[in-house]
Design a protein around this ligand. Structure first.
Ligand SMILES: [Zn+2]
Length: 335
């Protein structure tokens, strides 16, 4: 039983054991209705012999469902005989958030992907982050963190990847990105220290983040991208005994070239978009209009893009407040 470095979490599965195991990470949580209770974070492992470890995670944000469905199906279908090495699956990483269908935890309002490296003596979300970084990522050679737009955003299917100082790690991440084969990939500048990709960097784990769809939905198209992508990564890094996967389609590679790629609402109101996902837009082009039907005679306000690029993410709800992200762009990158 792995307890982690000072983590109060205990695992029902033995990470050194062969075969398939399913169970829970037990996070002690003493509350009114359950004095000695624990929070059950579902986890599965399939291991067949020595070899590298792949860590697959979803539910980092609880209202992003495509990855949770992808990993649930994998838990039910992956047979030990069909794999080589070790695959660890964590479908509802921030379980309290995922179980409530929320981006953040209803227990401590914690955003798991802003909680790394976590704290074994901190809040529930901080304890989960600490365990992921210091136990699960520490064990993993490769990792995929499956996200989506969630309740407020919708993404084109996009692999997000960062740059590492270590050339070998960089090459591995680029290979993962290409093998995943999403229609789009987007390179981001060095991340804040509190996100999962930074946790993976600290643990020298090659990680890609995948954004698929969103709007709190699961679509056949986004699931296809996710499922085929995960299969191709497993095949390409030797995790499948008999690889039989659809070849990777070409990926349009983009980058977030500046903060101007993100467009925000400047005031409260109802947002009427004037462009859709996948559109190529120019600086100063009208992105949409914010209306205030409370005073319908007040002139509505145009919102204009600050830079040119491809619309890879858009806001879903029409109601906006000042500071809400409306769109984010990627600009073409050749690597
Ligand atoms: Zn997310």
């Amino acid at each position: 039983m792995v307890t982690g470095t000072r983590s109060p979490i205990t695992s029902e599965i033995d990470f050194d054991a062969e075969g398939q195991q399913v169970g829970f990470l037990r996070l002690p949580h003493s509350v009114h209705r359950s004095a000695y209770g624990w929070i059950p974070i579902p986890i599965a492992q399939i291991k067949n012999g020595d070899g590298p470890t792949l860590f697959l995670m979803s539910g980092n944000h609880g209202d992003e469902y495509e990855g949770q469905v992808t990993l649930t199906k994998l838990v039910q279908t992956l047979e030990p005989d069909a794999i080589r090495g070790r695959i660890i699956l964590l479908p509802m990483a921030n379980y309290p958030a995922a179980n409530a269908g929320l981006r953040t935890s209803p227990i401590d309002d914690g955003n798991l992907n802003r909680s790394f490296p976590g704290d074994p003596e901190g809040s529930v979300t901080q304890i989960i982050a600490h365990y992921i970084e210091h136990v699960l990522l520490e064990m993993a050679d490769f990792a995929i963190d499956l996200h989506a737009g969630g309740s407020s955003l919708h993404y084109l299917p996009t692999v997000l990847f960062g740059e590492r100082k270590d050339p070998a790690e960089n090459a591995t991440i680029l290979k993962m990105m290409r093998k995943f084969g999403a229609p789009y990939a987007c390179k981001f500048a060095r991340s804040r220290a509190n996100v999962c990709s930074s946790a993976a960097r600290r643990q020298s784990t090659a990680l890609i983040t995948v954004e698929m769809g969103g709007s709190g939905t699961v679509s056949m198209d986004s699931l296809k991208v996710a499922e085929e992508g995960v299969q191709r990564v497993m095949a390409s890094f030797g995790f499948l005994a008999a690889p039989d996967v659809v070849p990777a389609p070409s990926t349009r590679i983009l980058e977030i070239s500046s903060a101007d790629c993100f467009l925000y609402a400047a005031e409260e109101g109802l947002f009427e978009p004037r462009v859709e996902l996948g559109a190529m837009v120019q600086a100063e082009q009208v992105a949409g209009v914010v209306h205030t039907p409370q005073t319908p005679w007040k002139p509505s306000t145009e919102v204009r893009f600050k830079t040119s690029g491809l619309v890879i993410c858009k806001r879903v709800p029409a109601r906006v407040e000042r500071g809400d992200c409306l769109f984010h762009l990627g600009t073409d990158l050749s690597i």
